[in-house]
Design a protein. Structure first.
Length: 200
């Protein structure tokens, strides 16, 4: 295969992400979000919220990570963020195998670069990766509030469970972390989240 053929094969494979459904509910029309829509929305958030990234953050690199990070779900599917640890471990292994297969469709140099960008996001080893992960964690919270509770209510998710996810947001952006904490408390006050044990 020549270079262009390999690139087009990768692009076609990536298009399958449009068929991977997430837990996040959309409101207009009411349906589940797919992973391709999620990735687009995150890229837009990164461009819009760039001023809340750490100084010197390369937003183009953040956007690239956000566009690439969920391609592995073509093979591995999406897993609810509140799934049990054993399920999370199985998902991690499935996603690594998927990254090996999907990025290998590209020409050698490009494959290595994109696979490394995906791994950087997973490992959170740069300011860009941490900001990208913060946005990835914040977006479903915003969607759940917009949907009046959405998957939080569907699965009986509690305030402590959601607050536990805020650390990842704070690691990438103190401002977005503070916003997320306040958002969760307002959502709880509005009855969108269960209080959890001992009224927490």
């Amino acid at each position: 295969m020549d270079r262009l053929t390999e690139q087009l094969q990768f692009i076609a494979e990536a298009g399958r992400l449009k068929a991977v459904l997430r837990q996040t509910m959309l409101t207009e029309p009411p349906r589940r979000e797919n992973s391709a829509e999620h990735s687009w929305h995150l890229a837009l958030m990164a461009l819009t919220l760039a001023e809340y990234a750490p100084p010197g953050t390369d937003i183009a690199k953040v956007v690239a990570m956000l566009v690439l990070h969920d391609l592995v779900e073509v093979d591995a599917g999406d897993l609810f963020v509140y799934a049990p640890p054993a399920d999370q471990a199985r998902q991690l292994a499935a996603e690594r195998a998927a990254a090996d297969r999907i990025f290998a469709l590209l020409p050698d140099g490009q494959a290595a670069d994109m696979r490394a960008r995906w791994q950087e996001f997973e490992d959170r080893r740069s300011a860009e990766a941490r900001f990208a992960r913060a946005i990835d964690r914040l977006q479903p919270m915003l969607a759940n509030v917009q949907a009046g509770g959405g998957s939080w209510q569907e699965h009986g998710i509690t305030v402590p469970q959601v607050l536990a996810k805020v650390q990842l947001i704070e690691d990438g952006s103190a401002e977005l972390g503070a916003f997320a904490t306040d958002l969760i408390r307002r959502a709880a006050a509005a009855g969108m989240l269960a209080a959890g044990p001992a009224g927490t």
